[in-house]
Every structure is written in structure tokens, then in C-alpha cells.
Design a protein around this ligand. Structure first.
Ligand code: ADE
Length: 228
């Protein structure tokens, strides 16, 4: 069973979007599990301090290593876990990461940073990888953790209805000639004409070979357009 443990200063932000739609239904059905841990519970002083000023000066605060390490170590609970820190300086999160995380056998621990970040030493010793969801700075890792979990959980067995929808989606569509990943082709539903715009004739024709050819051409064109 896929188990995610989220370490955060804002536990009330969870499950958030992960409580809705396919991923939320899967959570209710016990197809995956979510544990949310308040990092502040690992503070040791009476003010429950979790951060301190940065060495070398500068703006913002840094999460204290002993507090974060205690939270991660408890999440590991003597066993093995895969620990991911969400931060803008990480590797860009892609569909390939989602596939790898969905295949994990050990629990996935997601550490959400805040303020200027986390003391580097705890990242060195306790974290397996750093992932960023894009080249912009969020005020915390919670939104990023939800993005990573949404993309990951929907790949778990039994979470999406038909397996076909999994393989024909953006980044699951592979060019049969080049083996390159392609983005999705466009989708249409009724009515056949909406506000003067008609659904492409080939899709209304019922010739499945022609439809497949058209979709592949569209996906290739869209993929090429993204690269310019
Ligand atoms: N925390 C702050 N910014 C982030 C980003 N771009 N990706 C992941 N976590 C973050």
C-alpha cells in the first residue's frame, strides 16, 4: 500500500486538493494512505521555536536542523523511507519522477519547507532527493507536495478507471516511431458544432485508423510547438 507522510508547518493544508476527485476517492477507498505530521511538534523549547536567523546574514528565517531531523527520523520510524524535500532549488519534477515515486515500496516522506528554507546539513544527511515543481518560488512546499502526490497517486494501480486513459494522456503518449514522449492530442465532445466551431470531421467519421493517425499528428505538432 502506498503511504505518503507529509511533514509540514501547516498540517491544516492537507488533504486539501488530495481529498477530492479521483485521488480523494482513492484515499477514502484505502488505495493509498496519507499521514500528516506537524513539524512544530518536534520543537523542544517552550515557545515551540522551529526557525532561526541565517548564518552570514540576510533576509528570512531558516528551519532548525534538529527540529526537522527529529521529524524526519520519526517518520522513518526505524524503517526505510524515501525522503523528498520540496524546494525551488531541486530537480524539476516530471512525469518520470511520478512514475518512479508511484512504484516505491517504502513510505514516501515529503518535507515541506517554509521561510528561506531548511538548514543544509539536514538535507545532506536525511533527504534522498530535492524536487521543484517549476522555476518560481512558492511561499512553502505544501502546494508542491500536493502536486507531486496528485501526479503520483493517480498512477497507482486501481486509482484511475480504465487503464487506457492512463496510457493515452499527456506524457504517457509515446511516439511509436521515435519513442519520444508526446503531449496530449485535443479532445472534443458533443455538440458537433459549438458557437460556430465544428468538431474535426475525422473524429466524427468512425474510421479508427484515420482517427489514430490524426491524433498522433496533432500530438506531434503540439509537442513540437512546445519546444519552440
Ligand atoms: N517550495 C518553494 N518553491 C518551490 C517550488 N518551485 N517547487 C517545490 N517546492 C517549492
Amino acid at each position: 500500500m502506498f503511504l505518503a507522510k507529509v511533514l509540514t508547518l501547516f498540517p491544516e493544508a492537507f488533504p486539501g486538493l488530495l481529498g477530492h476527485s479521483v485521488v480523494g476517492r482513492a484515499l477514502q477507498q484505502g488505495k493509498w494512505q496519507l499521514a500528516v505530521v506537524n513539524i512544530r511538534d518536534f520543537a523542544t523549547d517552550k515557545h515551540r521555536t522551529v526557525d532561526d536567523t541565517p548564518y552570514g546574514g540576510g533576509a528570512g528565517m531558516v528551519l532548525k536542523p534538529e527540529v526537522v531531523a527529529a521529524a524526519i527520523r520519526q517518520a522513518k520510524a526505524g524503517g526505510v523511507a524515501h525522503v523528498v524535500y520540496l524546494g525551488p532549488a531541486g530537480q524539476r519534477f516530471t512525469q518520470a519522477h511520478a512514475r518512479r515515486l508511484a512504484a516505491l515500496e517504502q513510505p514516501l516522506v515529503l518535507l515541506c519547507g517554509h521561510y528561506e528554507g531548511v538548514d543544509q546539513r539536514v538535507l545532506e544527511t536525511e533527504v534522498d532527493e530535492v524536487l521543484s515543481i517549476g522555476d518560481y518560488v512558492l511561499s512553502g512546499g505544501e502546494v508542491a507536495a500536493q502536486v507531486v502526490l496528485d501526479a503520483t497517486v493517480r498512477l497507482l494501480p486501481g486509482v484511475l478507471g480504465g487503464d487506457a486513459s492512463l496510457h493515452e494522456e499527456s506524457f504517457d503518449l509515446i511516439d511509436p516511431e521515435t519513442q519520444e514522449p508526446l503531449v496530449e492530442y485535443p479532445h472534443y465532445t458533443r455538440p458537433a458544432v459549438w458557437e460556430g466551431q465544428a468538431v474535426p470531421a475525422v473524429l466524427q467519421g468512425g474510421n479508427h485508423a484515420e482517427i489514430a493517425k490524426w491524433r498522433l499528428a496533432q500530438a506531434r505538432a503540439r509537442t513540437a510547438a512546445l519546444k519552440t
